[in-house]
Design a protein around this ligand. Structure first.
Ligand code: ANZ
Ligand code: ZN
Length: 847
């Protein structure tokens, strides 16, 4: 995922781009053709705010930030394909964003409609949700924000809802996408199946009308105690015209807290379609106007919200229990609202309160009830979705202009393709800092001629949501200079869809959903290939966790402490004022908690490669990473050790002609530690390749595998190995490290290979195994690996291969030492770890 050019990298960037860079470098070393691009999500509010507050041109501000952040990205030792760099605010890019808009428009998938927006009456401007604080006030003027209806542009994403839902199955197969993200997308689409049920209503004069509700639980129909209509339901609006008290209630709508159970009883009665009972009818803010029918049938015993509502409005009116846990028997069929602490929301069996349906299983009963009502034209099976069309217009300057002209005689006229891009005019100083959308006031831009009738017309001054830019930018990377197309068919076929997409889990819903929608649309338009499974833009998604900062607070007051308020006292960090030890927690980095870490300062202090390795090692990719600089020392020690091994080796002198080729060693002439180390290097290499290719989420284990091999080399001692073997294993180690610590590995490589001038470590063809299969079996035979059956608590759990010692060796190694050796081999296997450490707390037993 590309970055927003805020001005400086944050730790999240360091994490995400380390992961992508490791994969890219590894793939290149394997000989794959890799495109590892990035760019800038460069439109958006902060640039505009900088313009308002400091009088800087948003374009200039953005450009400066990009320059700085690009430098920072380079200082991380990343290997991006800068030739493919894009910026969403450049006209060469947004010309194509506008083309996508027009394509949608011509298919009827971009349209204008009225919608509620946040309006700041003081600044006379529309606000994004992020600009409205929790008290409903404008972040800038402090004015109480109003909800007003304005004409807005929408994309008809709902047209694609079935495909968006169905293809989630493809993405979840084989773990292409994390299940968590798949289910968040599924919930957002929110398909619910149920029924629409019609209720007859009578007013005080006995005149009848009707209202429909949507329910997912028609089986609870006998439990209905009331109806509730949304506050903008047509019936409510009608009544309010003659009922001042009701109107006053409706006027309070903005001041209700989100989960309120307030309600207003309407002068209506609803007639229960089965029992003919008269039911009260309310209007209540908890009923959403744009979901289902904007009306609910209230079932206090089986719906949580309905129960709280009933407790507030009819505390002493008994409620029927209509669904029972198992066999339909319940203690009491009727209960008082307050005697029920919780609604029973599961399915079950219908109780004897349900007339002819008593005893039926609730799902079957629901179908039967709807069927029976359907015969009387009072119900029908129905499906609703939570997904709404995508509101894309913003009354803002710094965004992609919507390529539309409003003509007094022709109406809405699309700008012809050949006139694209509609370029954003420079922000003239006279409109800087003024309230409202600056584009409205730049007359020479707004006034234009109608492309159809050539008479005077006005440009659309709304710009597009930045999610539109990011919904397709990755399509541009394979062909970033193409003036006529988003991407040529050929480049698209060769490169798209994206193989691996990496980014923060905070984009699990909107960004990914919009990108999937636009991709599907472009496939439908024939711009992308149509093969099954390829109508998804991101074949594999890696969602990385957040980076949390070490946070110090005063244990008494809970106040967050500044770095300057802390002092080091021996091994402890204490509060300067009291000398007491502060509370230490890890929390989301923020200014108020004084726990932010500047990646570039850390790079300067520790070096980019150390940080890259540390960031991978400190936590599995999907989990929260607790950033603790005290722990970096572990990685520093490891790299120091590798460096020493390289030194030890490079001062030794031996013929280089033997080196590099596996077949240079004669297995029968090797010493035992040669064989051990070669086999360990082989298994390390296999593990790490598997991680790089298939199991990116456990990149942290790659680092521990590498340190194990390093430690083993150190333990055995380079001088105790056959020179060719030592050199061979060191080279293997450096190559495995290269994707993670590129500069470090390259430097060591140079030192090691200067005699035979092999060139860059990244240019050496990656042979997948450290030794050939023949060598492997010869070595194993030689080490006489024996199969060891492992019993845990008297049960055979698994088997593993362990080296048997040759007779001439067994004397050299004590019984206890041998025992430890065997236990360690077992513990190093996955099964061993599982059975002996995780399940049995091995350490404790050993003691
Ligand atoms: C009666 C009932 C009884 C319900 C019961 C649930 C449990 P999902 O699953 O999220 O789609 N509902 C329907 N329209 C609504 C609206 N406009 N605003 C607020 N709530 C609305 O939720 C469907 C359920 O949400 C529906 O099923 C309805 O309550 C409520 F034991 O009907 B149910
Ligand atoms: Zn016209």
């Amino acid at each position: 995922m590309f970055a927003y050019p805020s001005g400086s990298l944050h730790m999240g960037h360091l994490r995400v781009y380390t992961i992508s860079d490791v994969i890219a470098r590894y793939r290149r070393m394997r000989g794959d053709h890799v495109l590892h691009p990035t760019g800038w999500d460069a439109f958006g509010l902060p640039a505009e705010n900088a313009a308002i507050e400091r009088g800087v041109d948003p374009a200039v501000w953005t450009e400066q930030n990009i320059t700085k952040m690009k430098q920072q990205l380079k200082s991380m030792n990343t290997s991006f394909d800068w030739d493919a760099e894009i910026s969403t605010c450049s006209p060469q890019f947004y010309k194509h964003t506008q083309r996508i808009f027009l394509k949608l428009f011509h298919r009827g998938l971009a349209y204008q409609a009225e919608a509620l927006v946040n309006y700041d009456p003081v600044d006379k401007t529309v606000l994004a949700n992020e600009q409205v604080d929790s008290n409903g006030r404008s972040w800038r003027s402090g004015a109480l924000v109003q909800q007003v209806k304005l004409r807005q542009w929408f994309f008809r994403i709902t047209e694609f809802k079935e495909a968006l839902l169905q293809d989630l199955e493809y993405l979840s197969e084989g773990g292409k996408w994390p299940e968590r993200v798949v289910s968040q997308q599924r919930n957002w689409l929110g398909r619910s199946t149920g029924a629409r049920i019609q209720f007859e209503l009578k007013n005080e004069a006995g005149v009848s009308t009707s209202a429909r509700v949507f329910t997912t639980r028609p089986d609870t129909l006998y439990g209905v105690k009331y109806l509730a209509l949304s506050m903008s339901h047509p019936l409510v609006q009608q009544l309010a015209a003659q009922n001042a008290e009701l109107q006053r209630f409706l006027d309070k709508r903005a001041s209700f807290p989100p989960d309120t159970k307030e309600g207003f009883e309407l002068p209506l009665k609803a007639i229960h379609p089965l029992s003919q009972e008269n039911l009260p009818v309310f209007t209540a803010p908890y009923v959403l106007e744009d979901y289902g029918e904007g009306a609910v049938m209230g079932v206090p015993a089986h719906d949580t919200r309905d129960l709280s509502f009933w407790k507030l409005h009819r505390p002493s009116d008994p409620i029927p229990v209509v669904v029972a846990r198992s066999n339909g028997e319940v203690e009491t069929l009727y209960t008082l609202p307050h005697d029920l602490s919780e609604a029973f929301t599961n399915h079950g069996t219908l109780t004897s309160a349900c007339g002819p349906y008593a005893g039926m299983e609730s799902q079957a009963a629901g179908i039967k009830i709807v069927g029976d009502l359907q015969e009387r034209n009072l119900a029908e099976p129905f499906e609703t979705w939570k997904l709404r069309d995508w509101l894309v217009s913003r009354q803002r300057y710094w965004g992609t202009p919507i390529p539309i002209v409003h003509c007094p005689s022709c109406g809405i006229v699309p700008v012809p393709e050949e006139d694209l891009p509609v370029v954003l005019p420079p922000l003239v100083s006279s409109v800087k800092g003024q309230p409202g959308n600056p584009l409205d006031k730049i007359e020479e831009w707004v006034n234009c001629v109608c492309p159809k009738c050539q008479k005077p017309a006005r440009r659309e001054t709304d710009t597009m949501d930045t999610f539109v830019d990011s919904s397709w930018y990755f399509i541009r990377f394979p062909d970033p200079q193409n003036e006529h197309e988003l991407c040529s068919q050929n480049s698209a076929r060769n490169t798209l869809p994206v193989d691996t997409y990496i980014g923060g889990v905070e984009h699990a819903i909107l960004h990914l959903l919009y990108a999937r929608f636009v991709y599907k649309f472009l496939c439908q338009e024939g711009l992308m290939t149509q093969e099954r499974g390829r109508q998804e833009p991101f074949q594999r998604l890696v969602a990385q966790g957040m980076v949390h900062g070490k946070t110090f607070s005063d244990p008494e007051t809970g106040r967050f402490l500044l770095p300057g308020e802390l002092a080091v006292d021996g091994d402890l960090i204490v509060m300067k004022t009291t000398g007491k030890v502060p509370n230490v927690t890890f929390e989301k980095m923020s200014k108020s908690k004084h726990n932010g870490v500047d990646p570039t300062a850390a790079i300067e202090k520790y070096g980019a490669d150390t940080l890259r390795a540390h960031i991978l090692f400190a936590a599995p990719v999907s989990e929260v990473l607790q950033w603790d600089e005290e722990k970096i020392i572990g990685i520093q020690r490891w790299l120091g050790r590798v460096k020493r091994l390289v030194k030890d080796l490079s001062v030794r002198d031996f013929s280089s002609s033997l080196i590099g080729a596996n077949d240079a060693f004669d297995v029968s002439k090797l010493v035992n530690s040669d064989a051990d180390i070669l086999l360990l290097a082989l298994s390390t290499s296999r593990n790490i390749q598997n991680t790089f290719e298939k199991d990116v989420y456990s990149l942290n284990t790659a680092i521990s595998d590498l340190t194990k091999l390093t430690n083993k080399l150190h333990e055995v001692g380079i001088q105790n190995l056959t020179p060719q073997v030592a050199e061979h294993v060191m080279r293997a180690l450096l190559r495995l490290m290269a994707p993670i610590t590129p500069a470090f590995a390259e430097e060591c490589w140079e030192e090691l290979t200067k005699k035979d001038s092999m060139g860059s470590i990244f240019d050496v063809i990656w042979t997948s195994d450290v030794i050939s299969p023949e060598q492997e079996s010869a070595l194993k035979a030689r080490q006489r690996l024996i199969t060891c059956a492992v019993q845990v608590n008297g049960k055979l759990r698994f088997t593993t291969e362990i080296p048997s010692r040759r007779p001439d060796q067994s004397a050299a190694i004590g019984k206890e030492e041998r025992e430890t050796e065997i236990l360690e081999t077992i513990l190093a296997t996955d099964e061993g770890r599982l059975w002996l450490t995780e399940k049995n707390d091995w350490e404790r037993r050993k003691r």
